[in-house]
Write a protein that binds this ligand. Structure first.
Ligand SMILES: [Zn+2]
Length: 135
């Protein structure tokens, strides 16, 4: 399904909730196993800070229930403590996405009312403010 760039309202941060370091290819295999059309995120940030592409931005993701048609999703590999290199990559990515989709709001998966998830296990808005990014 096509994702209309004009409709992007949320830039959503997730975590993989795994101890193991995974790659976008691993997540792709996992999500295929769920019966999805492959990786549900638009980007993955590995523990060494490598940014890996997921779905292209023109393709609706599968990462946030009920809001996939108006969001992009990025997944940090890890559970609750992330490497400095990952956070540096996240900052660059969110600055890039914000520049491309200036009307979109940056948030964490857990900020949506319709989920029980605590993902990504930190306060994304507060982190953005600390980094000088307007969430
Ligand atoms: Zn999530």
């Amino acid at each position: 399904m096509l994702l209309d760039p004009q409709k992007i309202r949320y830039l959503v941060v997730h975590c993989s909730d795994t101890d193991a370091d995974l790659t976008a290819t691993d997540i792709h295999a996992m999500h295929l196993g769920f019966g999805w059309h492959g990786i549900g995120y638009h980007a993955v940030i590995c523990q060494d800070g490598t940014l890996e592409p997921g779905r292209p931005h023109y393709w609706v993701g599968a990462h946030v229930y009920d809001h996939n048609e108006e969001s992009l999703g990025v997944c940090l590999i890890g559970r609750e403590s992330f490497a400095d290199a990952q956070m540096a990559t996240l900052e660059n990515l969110l600055r890039d996405w914000h520049a491309r989709y200036p009307r979109a709001k940056i948030c964490g998966h857990c900020d949506f009312d319709n989920t029980e998830k605590t993902c990504p296990n930190f306060d994304v808005a507060a982190w953005c403010v600390a980094r000088g990014i307007t969430p």
